[in-house]
Design a protein around this ligand. Sequence first.
Ligand SMILES: Cc1ncc(COP(=O)(O)O)c(C=O)c1O
Length: 394
Amino acid sequence: MINPSNNLKQFTTYAFYEIDRAKEEAIKRGFKIIDFGVGDPTEPLFEGAIKALQEGAVKHARSGYPSYIGMKVLREKYSEWLKRRFNIYVDYDEQITITAGAKEAIFHFPLAFLNTGDYALIPSIGYPPYKTGTVFAGGIPVFYKLSEKNDFLPNVDEIEEKIKEFKKVKLIYLNYPNNPTSKVAGKKVYEEIIEIARDKDIIVASDECYSEIYFDEKPYSILNFSDDWSNLIVFNSLSKRSNATGLRVGFVFGGKEIIKYFRMLKMQIDSGIPNAIQEAAIAALDDERHVEENRKLYRTKRDILIKTLRSLDIKYYAESTFYVWAKLSNNSMETAKKILELDKERKIGINVTPSKMLCLDPNEDINTYARFALVPSVDDIKLACEILINSKWI
Ligand SMILES: Cc1ncc(COP(=O)(O)O)c(C=O)c1O
């Protein structure tokens, strides 16, 4: 009999199973589903990137294995982009590495820094690889609470207490702009966390993958808040900025020592990102117009949805990212199942992600929110809103 490893065993039950099954049932019964479920953009990849990808395939026909750390021209291009976007100088030689999207980087990162039994501080709701990466590296996840009471920002006192209690905390994950709450963190949060962590030689890993999906002020990078980056590292990616989830391009940048060890780890794992894909990334970074258009489109979609939520008297958060985090008064799991077949006459349903599925902390029991990913078309969002207004579901 073949058995998975003990680590894998902990993750063999898929969090979204229950809702996915209900969605499949609805589809079998003939429902069209307007799908706000998965945060995967449905707009096409930036055209210039497609062209560069095609040309790159020819140009690199004999290039062999790509560079482990990413092509110099792409790292240089990214350094220039970081300067334009965040006004920070990140040395492309020693402080940037290209990865196959942010997910693999986030998952692998703890392998370079955690020993068995070390702790990582992780938000109680959010992106699963902070937790899976920690566990597979032999680390132990400890959760800090993201709650409405704290405006879904880390409570610095709680973090300090956990560091004291668990002693061997080596890593703290931050994720702003935040999936799923859409919250943006300001100077105070970053500065306080940096200060606590620096004191204890803890790495602060800041996942900034949604930095380009904003509606008001541009979000900052954690690197804006310290001149000393020795314990700071950022994950970013083209996935959300350029509708490039299929391209798989991510960036890890920050402290030199951290990058040095992360590169050493990556040399053991893979052999770089395909060159043609890196060419596409260069083209995408050279263009901001498509990113601006993207933001405009998300704003339109967000405004339609939040107008509906307001008219239904539903509290929501929609500060940035392409998520709207809505507070439902009742059990969000039940509500999510119910709205999958909401318009029975026209056979149209709506799929959202209930907060329960986004809990990383097994002791967290947050089941009153739903996450809407603004990925359906504008027309479908209008239709979904019309149904939400005219049906009985809350
Ligand atoms: C918070 C967060 N970080 C990282 C990622 C990974 O992005 P990618 O691997 O496509 O770069 C996602 C994807 O949904 C995300 O929500």
